[in-house]
Design a protein around this ligand. Structure first.
Ligand SMILES: [Zn+2]
Length: 423
């Protein structure tokens, strides 16, 4: 049974900024890298429901299984049961138990594969958010701020190697286990499954581990990760088409193997979709360096919080700025004046109302340096979710206000300029 596991690495800032791309990416993100494993892939992003239940914590990494894994295990057990009875007829009802044990061992094999990716990633100083086992395999969500091709290549490679090592151990066991026994039967199945998982995941197309290895090689040679991703993603699409053809081929010959057909088409669809996501994410990432705080910030001037609205507007006009930041007694920035609230305020009342009553509080303790840009900027904003941020100059003085939406729009390529002051 093919259980590919693919590994996706993502960077840290990127997740959110797959922005515009898809929900999955947001969670999986890759500024650094998450890693779905091809055994299944990673259909799971971070969404709470889809991550399933935490069943263990290994090396400090939360291990989750989701409902699709339970369903897959059940199907595997049901499919395997007749086979068990065929090989060891006197088992009777116990055959179900043996088949289920096989499904569980298969899950453990995938877990070993994912742990190989994750523990290696930890050793390189990356972070691992979680490992999730699901319908088609598993996914390790790996994040790193400073990713490089060679560590990424090693992280991708160790997963399939772990599967092949398990297959080798199984092969050794098969030499000593007596013929015709249940234990030997299960050992044979697990050995075969790990061999398939190891070899399949080495196929050179994203999102499979082999695709990541290809991407990292091209990345190392060209110095451009985007080039590596594009090449490896197109290889992935070719693989997906090949897999779909192989799944349908028996039909053309007049025989129907529903499991082969369904599994093959599901994997082909999964690989095709994930390869497409990898292409989109790389497009977004390639735009990141051009996203700068300076370009997106609306200039703002400070006014004491108790300044009357009319006077604040006069200063705004005089300074030809785009916004007003209210400050406290110690000159500390407090909030941003809400334009809509100002407009809603009758002109005759403006001299009597302090700007503080028409302002929103800024995210406290978050100062965005005006020189920040690209992935660092995105990472900073994601760590402190807020609609607007105070942008400061190198000397800490108020430069302006940055809207999260403007950054998201710039990253998704929809616009490059700050939106009009909003209220
Ligand atoms: Zn893998």
């Amino acid at each position: 049974m093919g259980v590919p596991t693919a590994q996706v690495s993502r960077g840290r800032g990127s997740p959110a900024y797959s922005g515009g791309v898809s929900e999955e990416q947001r969670q999986q993100g890759r500024a650094g890298g998450g890693a779905p494993d091809a055994s299944g892939g990673d259909t799971t992003g971070g969404g709470s429901g889809r991550n399933g239940w935490e069943i263990a914590r290994l090396f400090g990494i939360p291990v989750h299984v989701n409902s699709s894994w339970l369903i897959a295990s059940l199907v595997i057990a049901l499919v395997f049961t007749p086979f068990v009875l065929d090989q060891v007829p006197d088992l009777g009802g116990l055959a179900y138990l043996v088949a289920f044990a096989f499904a569980v061992l298969l899950g453990l094999s995938v877990l070993v594969h994912e742990l190989a990716h994750s523990v290696t990633a930890l050793a390189y100083g990356y972070r691992v958010r979680r490992i999730t086992l699901h319908l088609l395999g598993g996914v390790s969500e790996i994040e790193g701020d400073d990713r490089r091709p060679w560590p990424d290549l090693v992280i991708a490679l160790v997963g399939p190697l772990a599967s092949l090592a398990l297959a080798a151990v199984g092969f050794g066991l098969l030499q000593v286990l007596p013929d015709g026994t249940v234990v030997r039967l299960v050992a044979w199945q697990i050995t075969t499954a790990n061999l398939i998982v190891g070899v399949f995941n080495l196929l050179p197309g994203l999102p499979l581990d082999g695709g990541r290895i290809l991407r990292d090689l091209v990345w190392a040679m060209t110095g451009r990760e985007t080039t590596g991703t594009v090449v490896a993603a197109w290889f992935g699409r070719v693989l997906a088409v090949g897999l779909a053809v192989m799944a349908v081929l028996p039909l053309l010959r007049g025989s129907l193997d529903i499991i082969w057909l369904a599994w093959g088409l599901m994997l082909a669809g999964f690989i095709w979709i994930q390869a497409g996501i990898a292409l989109k994410v790389s497009k977004v990432r390639s735009r990141l360096p051009a996203v700068t705080t300076r370009d997106l910030t609306r200039r703002a001037i400070p006014v004491p919080a108790d300044t009357p609205v009319s006077e604040a507007l006069r200063r705004l006009e005089a300074a030809q700025a785009g916004g007003l930041v209210t400050t406290g007694r110690d000159q500390q920035p407090l909030g941003i004046v809400n334009e809509a609230a100002v407009r809603a305020l009758p002109v005759e009342r403006r001299p009597w109302v302090p700007v503080s009553s028409v302002s929103r509080l800024l995210a406290p303790d978050v100062r965005v340096p005006v020189e920040s840009a690209g992935e660092k900027l995105v990472t900073l904003l994601q760590a402190h979710p807020a609609p607007e941020y105070l942008v400061v100059d190198a000397d800490g003085s108020i430069y302006g206000v940055l809207a999260y939406d403007d950054v998201e729009r710039a990253v998704s390529g929809l616009a490059g300029r700050p939106s009009a002051p909003r209220g």
